[in-house]
Design a protein around this ligand. Sequence first.
Ligand code: ATP
Ligand code: FE
Length: 347
Amino acid sequence: TIFLGIESSCDDTAAAVVTGDRRILSSVVSSQSDLHADFGGVVPEIAARAHAERLDLVVEQALADAGLGLDALTGVAVTAGPGLIGGVMAGVMCAKGIAAGTGLPLVGVNHLAGHALTPRLTDGIDYSYLMLLVSGGHCQFLRVDGPDAFTRLGGTIDDAPGEAFDKVAKLLALPQPGGPHVEAEAAGGDAHRISLPRPLLDRPGCDMSFSGLKTAVLRARDTLIADQGGLRAADRRDLCAAFQSAVADVLAEKSRRALALSPVPVLAVAGGVAANGEIRAALEHVAARAGARFLAPPLRLCTDNGAMIAWAGIERFRMGQRDDMTLSARPRWPLDQGAAPMLGSGK
Ligand code: ATP
Ligand code: FE
């Protein structure tokens, strides 16, 4: 089995070729971050146009890197949602074009299922396991019992942690995306000097909240500025350290509860925030205490990529699932409402 996977749901245009025995023959990611940098966020119209322009080239490059032609493929998988509708539509149209031109089977994939199934591709683990997806746009605990069997145990009720890292970076005049810069500052800071809340820890369950934390950083920053007439380098480091350790505490405690609710042998993470060393260490500790293995795929497979889509397509294909030319793009598509796209419906 050899699948081409196509991803275009946010600001990365990606394609990859993956085999049924878990080999990634190629993985090409074309980032649009330069196009959106001046706007302080992803601009949907610009993203859709850039995806449409780049998809053919990215797919060609993925095939060339794999050293294969379309005739060597078993099928084509594509992200059919959730995401920015223009980008998802561009990807779906590209995949349909290839499927129509070659007669290859077409498999629509839920983007979140792609992230959630990544540890099966990278480490070949068995079902069931727990996945903590922590990125710029998502934050949720998923119990993964099969290629289309996901149970959401909880998630953020407001911002995603990556979004909070980015906003905190902005408050402290650090570059975007903020995560790595906040982490670098935090490394030299004192996490105990400024005390920040641990939102929702007083409430049972696995739901989380990060927008209040960002507001608390804003208040602490303004108090320091008012008291001292400005922000010193040490203040910035201490604010970053306090913020990062609050996020790590919340994610660790909620992970502990998720593992208690759903005792499985593996806790896996995906999403850009999983790159954070302190957060990783905290999760690793929680997993060890629960007797579970901790798995963090390599960063290039933790963030948006085509390989995870190809792999999720292979898993669906093996279950006998495939789509036809009525496959449509879905802007919203909660994972626990079934991993198969609803045919013919726009939502
Ligand atoms: P999604 O994939 O959910 O649509 P996205 O594309 O924004 O969202 P990712 O590419 O998975 O998400 O991750 C990017 C986010 O990860 C950014 O918000 C970034 O600040 C954050 N991030 C990256 N590195 C770190 C780090 N070392 N510490 C904390 N956050 C980080
Ligand atoms: Fe993603």
